[in-house]
Structures are given as C-alpha cells and as structure tokens.
Design a protein around this ligand. Sequence first.
Ligand code: AHR
Length: 348
Amino acid sequence: MGERHLGRTKRIVELLWILMVVLTLGGCMGATESPEDAMLYPDEVKDNDDYIVVGFSQVGAESDWRAGNTESFRSVFTEENGYFLLYEDAQQKQENQLKAIRNFILQEVDYIILDPIVETGWDAVLQEAKDAQIPVILVDRSVEVEDEGLYTCWVGSDFEKEGRSAGEWLIDYLEEQGRSEETIQIVTLQGTPDSTAQIGRTAGFASVLKEQENWKMLESLSGDFTQAKGQEVMEYFLETYEKIDVLVSENDNMTFGAIDAIHEAGKTCGPDGEIIVISFDCVKAALEAMMHGEINADFECNPILGPRVAQIIKLLEKGEPVEKVQYVEERYFDASMDLENMIKTRVY
Ligand code: AHR
C-alpha cells in the first residue's frame, strides 16, 4: 500500500473519531438543541474549591408555582452563597432531563438536583450518576426506581394528602350547603400523567370519592398543568356534560384556564356560582381569584424548596446523614377565610 493511501486512511479514521466525539457530546448535552447551547461552568469555578457546583434539572416553566419554585433555587444557589448553579429547563420533556443529567455528570458537578417530570424511566441515568459518585437530590416530584439507593433523598409535598384534604373539604362544604344527599357530578382536570403531583392528588381525592355514594366522577382528563390546556379541556367538559357541580383542577394554572372556559360558556363558578371549584397550589393569583369569588378552595403546594435543599447539601458536605423523605409544611385556604392580609405577604 502506498504512503499516500496510508495517509488518506489515517485522515479518514481521524475524521471518524472527531465525528464520533461530536455526536457523543451532542447526545450528552443539556436540554438544548446543540452542544454549544448546553450550560457549562467555567474552569475558574471547576478548579476553585470555594464553590459547590450544583446542576439543577427543572421540569419547565409551565405554571406560576414552577416560577416560584425556580426562583427559590436561583435565589439560594448563588455565587455569593458559595454555589455555582447550572440550571436546565427541560420544557416538560423527560428526554431533555436525561440529557441534562448526563451533561452534569460529564462536567463532574458536585450535586445534582432533579425535579423529575414523570416517575418512571430513571434507573439507568441515576445509576450513571451513582457510578460517578454524584449525589442526586430529588425535589417536588419523585421517581419510581428498583433501587432507592440511586438517589440521596427527596424533598416535596404530600400530594396524596393534598388530594384527600380536598375531598374531605368537599364533604364538609356540601354538608354546610345542605347538599349532602344530592347527586354531585364532578369533572377533574389532571396534571401531567405519571407525575407525582398528578398521581398523588388523583389517588387522594379518589380515596374520599369512593366512600361517597352520591358523588359521580363524570370524567378525568389531563390539562398537563398548563392554563391553555386547562381551558381547552374544560371547554370540552362544558360541551359534553350538561350539569357539572364540581371541578377538581390539579393546579392553579389549569384552574385559570377553566374559569375562562366557564365564563365563555356563560356559566358561573365559585361560592355564589353554579360550579364549585377546587384547586391546588395556592399561588397568589389563585388566592386573588378566590377573593373575587371564582375559586372555592385551594390546597397548598409549597414551592419554596431551595433553602431546604441548601441545608441538605450543608449536612452532606459535613458527611452527616440526611432523612430520605422530607415533606414540607402545607395548608389550605377557602373563600370563607380572611385572605386580604395573607395575600400581601405571599411571595409566590
Ligand atoms: O409538581 C408540582 C406541580 O407542578 C404544581 O402543582 C404545578 O403547578 C406544577 O406545574
């Protein structure tokens, strides 16, 4: 074989190598389209022990709750506080979260914070993080994995309790209204299917519903936790069912969309209206809507998880143990309460 031919073969092999590296990196990059867009942290940070590097894979920006949750992390994991935060918005797509986590592993971050969009499909990537010895802290939603040792701990809401409390509230409310014996027709706007928030709230409410012979669940459909989808699905419910007594909406943004649909259909809701509205999250705008008579009751989901996670990281840095499951405190609000002063101090 001539030298020129050998040289050409070597060049082709080199090009194939480069192509392979680019494709591999592309597959490992964050929630964005191209490798250049993925979030990287600078070498000054990498070589500087003063910073704790945290990769945070967030669900998206689908709701007011989510905005409050993101802000809670951004305000705590700052350089002034000794952190460098790599933030990736997954735009409600699990595949983006898988890419983001692999990108964090590649960059050898100190901790990974994951708010998993859905519960399933995490075993492989969490195993990769474990093999790389990077602790994973789950926030808000959780995962269903074979080995619970794949993550360090979880911090979030007791979604099932939220759903159960909503059902129990409805029993009391109907009793107060003298409607305990009436047939009550219910529709549910569910959150993202297979997300912990959807699974828990649906199961919690269902556990009360099954004991109430006169309650009838007409239909439950997903509004994906967004206002636009909430409105669309509620429009369908209103066209399909002549009489709806109760709307259970698994987050406030879907509720806002549903209220628009109710008004557009020429119907009314809230304490003085035709449809009883039960919502989840308790964001400021929802409590305002409650004050304006549009929502009957709202079950809180606390988005302020950043400070709690920072405490956990401090313990882990000192080599101390942390509790595996950590619930945050929550309450509910209904239209009979004095909301005005409380709203003034509400941060989300
Ligand atoms: O996982 C928490 C839920 O997700 C919140 O209820 C909702 O608003 C968000 O989109």
